[in-house]
Design a protein around this ligand. Sequence first.
Ligand SMILES: [Zn+2]
Length: 201
Amino acid sequence: MGSIPSPGTRIFYEVVLLNFCSNCGSPVETKIPPGDHLPRFVCNSCNTVHYKNPLLVLGCVPEWQDKILLCRRAIEPRLGFWTVPAGFMENGETMQQAAARECQEEALATVEVTSLLAVVNVTRANQVHVMFRAKLLEPKFAPGIESLEVRLYTEAEIPWSELAFPSGEYTLRQFFADRAAGRDDHHFTELKSRGFAAVAE
Ligand SMILES: [Zn+2]
């Protein structure tokens, strides 16, 4: 196992430490490779450098008439709290496909993903959350395996104090402000608060 990196080294602070090389199975060491400027997990047997870079979380605000669809989480973190459908992007898909897939998985709902709504840099958790607007193609939905409950909310009904993640709250506030103004803008922000470290939708 590699030596424990300094807690001041942010890239390692919130990520799972890597113990073994996924290429050859040997223990990895934490060191700065030649020509690099940050510590990486490096295999001393096969010299593979295992980079740990930010993860993309894709989500959408599914709209049906004047309502939007939210899911109540059946899993930790934030079990029992409400969220827009969102989750980690998979290899080989576009951001729009990822957003639509997450909605299908968490809300069993089919959407047409439309415009970019919000990009939230969650630097504390080494994640970037990208949120789109979306149209529900029909008012059919039900809890997927990661949801306890799925329902349509008017703006006045949104359970603001029971939202799972600040990135979701930011997204919804931008969505409703834009809708009231009759525009489809893109919004960018950085959220650093401690509460984001547990985000793993
Ligand atoms: Zn190796």
